[in-house]
Design a protein around this ligand. Structure first.
Ligand code: DUC
Ligand code: ZN
Ligand code: ZN
Length: 459
């Protein structure tokens, strides 16, 4: 199979030029102007942007959580991702406390194998670090290609590890060549505030927000950066939401420490007024919660400054019926919201078209940096000869309205219902195959491939 994309404006993290791209099988084989090569299929991309397929390194598909499962499985989640221009996702395997990493990996493979439409990989979430877990780290990296280890500094009794386990894990992961990532919020402080609000009869979703003030995140981010500095492990903070947490990472840079920072699209475009809607606010109950306008501004600035490298989603959808589990108690609302399909177009419309970030920065934070940080570059994350042909053709002028009625995520609401945005991912190519064209899915369940990742190397 060969495919020729003609006349597109190719944007990578570094370049911006008009050229043709010739693809043979799953790889890009030639890039040049006026290519005169016979191809099985030709796409005219005149007046369109041609960008690397999006990579969302933070999603939760078919995840058992808070007494239920996230409502997108590998098929619906990765196909919705494709519709929105994301060709690869990284999901999280969650170790069950008391059990091994391998038993969790096998459980996750049972749900994902043969079911994905788009490409995917796993982070391993270590929720119980002990001698057995320690002995599995090397094989995770070398045999499984799972090179990043997620930790939770919150969700005590289910997912949280203490600082002793954190430092032990960091030392082992450093030794084996991996990276440690974290959900950086102070679980004990949050549990105290949740109990306090409940004892005062304050049970609405607003108190989810008020139980996780900015300090719970900035304290944990600082502590994590200090422990990473002490151990020397490559470190990454997931879903950062707040200016003060980011300021601690800016401070860490002063001692020449690099802590990678991810934020998520919702923290860039929404503010805490979403918690003023009574129980409807359950739609935006996620952890950490949506914050203030000043935090949005701080995160956009952090992106431009290079202190925030990745924009992900923490896609973790639940149906409205599932959200109702917490109708009488905010602490029982399953945490999470849908976004896997909206990330690229929102970032383009709200970021690029509103002059907050450049086109190159858009590509960098939606694809290239995730590929580099998580050991997949240049196979993924760029448009270059020899790279996987994961390509999005984006019409920068097409306007459309976000709605649960038309989205492809298995979720009966949208966090952005009625938002009018400009810019549409029209044609999505995954490993040389047209996977979505003009709102039609052209590949099947099972086309998505598990991508083994490399050890951490300086990016
Ligand atoms: N936060 C969420 O909102 N959902 C899943 C897990 C998490 O950390
Ligand atoms: Zn989290
Ligand atoms: Zn998450």
């Amino acid at each position: 199979m060969s495919l020729l994309i003609k006349n597109g404006r190719i944007i990578t993290a570094a370049d911006d030029y008009v050229a043709d791209i010739f693809i043979e099988n799953d790889k890009i084989s030639t890039i040049g102007t006026n290519l005169d090569i016979k191809a099985d299929q030709v796409i005219d991309a005149k007046n369109k942007f041609v960008i690397p397929g999006g990579i969302d390194p933070h999603v939760h598909l078919d995840m058992p959580f808070m007494g239920t499962y996230s409502s997108d499985n590998y098929e619906t989640g990765t196909s919705a991702a494709l519709f929105g221009g994301t060709t690869m996702v990284i999901d999280f395997v969650l170790q069950t406390q008391g059990k091994s990493l391998y038993s969790a990996l096998n459980e996750w493979k049972g749900r994902s194998d043969g079911n994905a439409v788009g490409d995917y990989s796993f982070h391993m979430a270590v929720t119980d670090f002990n001698e057995e877990t320690k002995s599995e780290i090397k094989d995770m990296i070398e045999k499984e290609g799972i090179t990043s280890f997620k930790t939770f500094m919150a969700y005590k009794g289910a997912l949280m590890i203490d600082d002793k386990q954190m430092v032990g894990l960091m030392n082992e992961v450093k030794k084996q060549g991996g990276m440690v990532t974290t959900h950086a919020t102070n679980g004990d402080m949050i549990d105290y505030l949740v109990a306090k609000h409940k004892s005062e009869g304050k049970l609405s979703p607003l108190y989810h927000y008020l139980s996780q003030p900015e300090i719970t995140e900035s304290e944990a981010s600082n502590r994590f950066a200090d422990m990473a500095h002490h151990t020397g492990v490559p470190a990454y903070i997931v879903h950062m939401t707040s200016e003060n947490a980011l300021n601690h990472i800016r401070d860490a840079a002063k001692r020449n420490q690099k802590v990678f920072v991810e934020t998520c699209i919702q923290y860039l475009v929404l503010d805490a007024s979403v918690y003023d809607k009574g129980f409807e606010s359950a739609k935006w109950v996620m952890s950490p919660p949506i914050r203030e306008k000043k935090d949005q501004a701080g995160l956009w600035a952090g992106i431009n400054q290079g202190s925030v490298q990745v924009v992900a989603t923490d896609h973790c959808p639940f149906m409205l019926e599932q959200k109702k589990m917490g109708e009488k108690d905010f602490s029982k609302i399953p945490n999470g919201s849908p976004a896997i399909e909206n990330r690229m177009e929102l970032l383009f419309s709200e970021g690029v078209l509103k002059n907050k970030i450049s086109l190159n920065k858009f590509v960098e934070v939606s694809s290239t940096n995730a590929a580099k940080i998580f050991g997949m570059y240049p196979q993924k994350g760029t448009i270059a000869v020899g790279s996987d042909a994961d390509i999005v053709i984006l019409d920068p002028n097409e306007k459309h309205t976000i709605s649960a009625k038309t989205h492809h995520m298995n979720c009966d609401y949208s966090s952005y219902e009625g938002w009018e945005i400009t810019g549409k991912c029209k044609t999505i190519i995954l490993r040389g195959k047209v996977a979505v064209d003009n709102n039609k899915l052209l590949v099947e369940k099972g086309y998505g491939k598990f991508i083994k990742r490399n050890k951490f190397s300086l990016v």
